[in-house]
Design a protein around this ligand. Structure first.
Ligand code: ZN
Length: 438
């Protein structure tokens, strides 16, 4: 239903309606575990060949333990006369994530200790969780809470915390080499469109696209409950982590903010690749140094792994007013912003896949370009935005077996695709050979 006709590779359009997928996933109640996560991954799996993994509650994972599974069927606060004031069916943000079951009549004073509101944003419902708190609670607009002046209320949370499993999704697309690109997003937030669903939708479309292509690198797409999902995946995959050459965590990609890229902890090629694509994208952007707060880059960049993983966002978590509130909704996330984010990441993946190192067959002096028809070839490419003569000269000069195409593009300050086009001309003219990647 969501599939769109295939567009050309240069069009850089996702083959699914990203905002449509966000809209479809929006009402589902997700958390670290439970039926909503399975339903979400089930919908993603209609588009890609997703492997769905279940890890039993209580399974140790590094310093953590896979939690009990939480499921909820309904919740409400009503007046004693039966008038429903707060209903989980209206908005799943109304219940504190991982609330234990409760039922009965409670005084307003006692209820106040279980109610979360945003006095500074009185019309919005906050998003709160109590994963390891053994607690229950409701989230509601401050405006509503201020109208609730009865002495007693009837509360009900029909939930259960029981031994079950945690669910995550993985798709691995092998490449011609055993080097891998890790692409991840989190799947544990309920009805929040930017923080969670934008990443899921963009990543699904990227996985569909990479699945159709010839790949030099392998691509591993992980749909994870935040923190515990990443920790569990890392624990179970420790022996293959040296294959991860590049990684990117995707989040908050549907709002109209400029792009923000948080660099890896160790400083890595992925950081230079993303900065280069952003620089030539025409979009506003900012690079941010690594810090140990945010999304699952915290786990991938922990000192015992220190993987080359950064995080790409538009709005930065915690800094936009809609963050973790009911205003992070389907209007806040815009179709054109999702499509832009998709196109940008597609360019990043293409750069990584095509970033090879070449060396001149005979590096002494400049080769004679005219004799090899290269001036004519360049003139023929001009219309299509191919390499210029200067690009080719840069390429032939830096093809010393030490500079990658990305190094060259940064040094020449031209878009990567033009250096890559120059490389193809030089390969066809037998002027260079590719160095095997290590
Ligand atoms: Zn969040």
């Amino acid at each position: 239903m969501l599939d769109r006709p295939e567009t050309s590779a240069s069009g850089r359009k996702p083959s699914i309606d990203l905002h449509g997928l966000v809209t479809e996933l929006f009402p589902i109640n997700r958390s670290l575990t439970g039926a909503g996560v399975r339903e979400t991954l089930g919908l993603v799996a209609r588009h890609i060949d997703l492997e769905i993994n279940e890890v039993a509650s209580g399974t140790p994972a590094l310093d953590w333990t896979v939690p009990m599974e939480w499921n909820i069927r309904g919740a409400s606060i009503s007046t004693l006369s039966g008038h429903r004031l707060v209903d989980f069916a209206d908005n799943n943000l109304h219940v504190l994530g991982y609330s234990k079951p409760v039922q009965g009549i409670i005084s307003r004073a006692d209820l106040a200790r279980h109610v979360h509101t945003l006095p500074d944003q009185p019309d919005l419902i906050p998003y709160r969780t109590g994963y390891f708190a053994d607690d229950w609670g409701f989230c509601l607009s401050h405006e509503l809470w201020q109208t609730m002046t009865d002495e007693n209320y009837r509360v009900e949370i029909d939930s259960d915390l029981s031994s079950g499993s945690m669910t995550y999704g993985e798709l691995f697309l092998p490449g011609q080499t055993d080097q891998e690109v890790l692409v991840t997003c989190h799947i544990c937030h309920p009805s929040l469109a930017n923080d969670n669903l934008s990443g899921i939708a963009v990543m699904t479309a990227l996985a569909m696209r990479q699945a159709r292509r010839t790949r030099r690198l392998g691509y591993r797409f992980l749909f994870l409950p935040a923190t515990i999902g990443a920790i569990t995946w890392l624990d179970r995959n420790q022996t293959m982590l040296d294959r991860v050459r590049y990684g990117i965590v995707l989040t908050c990609l549907g709002d109209p903010s400029p792009f923000h890229y948080k660099e890896s902890r160790r400083g890595a090629t992925i950081d230079r690749a993303v900065a280069h694509v952003l620089r030539h994208s025409g979009h506003q952007y900012e690079a941010m140094p690594f810090n140990p707060y945010g999304y699952d880059e915290r786990q991938f960049c922990s000192p015992g792994f220190d993987l080359p993983v950064g995080c790409l966002m538009r709005g930065v978590h915690g800094t936009f007013p809609e963050y973790h509130t009911s205003a992070d909704n389907l209007e806040f996330v815009r179709p054109e912003c999702l499509d832009q984010s998709y196109a940008l990441i597609e360019s990043i993946l293409d750069l990584l896949d095509q970033n090879r190192t070449f060396e001149r067959v005979d590096g002494r002096g400049e080769p004679q370009l005219g004799r090899r028809g290269l001036y004519r070839a360049i003139a023929g490419q001009r219309e299509a935005g191919g390499a210029t003569q200067m690009d080719l000269l840069w390429f032939l000069n830096l093809a010393d077996g030490k500079h990658s195409l990305l190094d060259m593009a940064i040094r020449a300050d031209v878009p990567f695709a033009r250096l890559e086009a120059a490389a193809r001309l030089a390969v066809e003219a037998a002027l260079v050979r590719e160095r095997p990647s290590s």
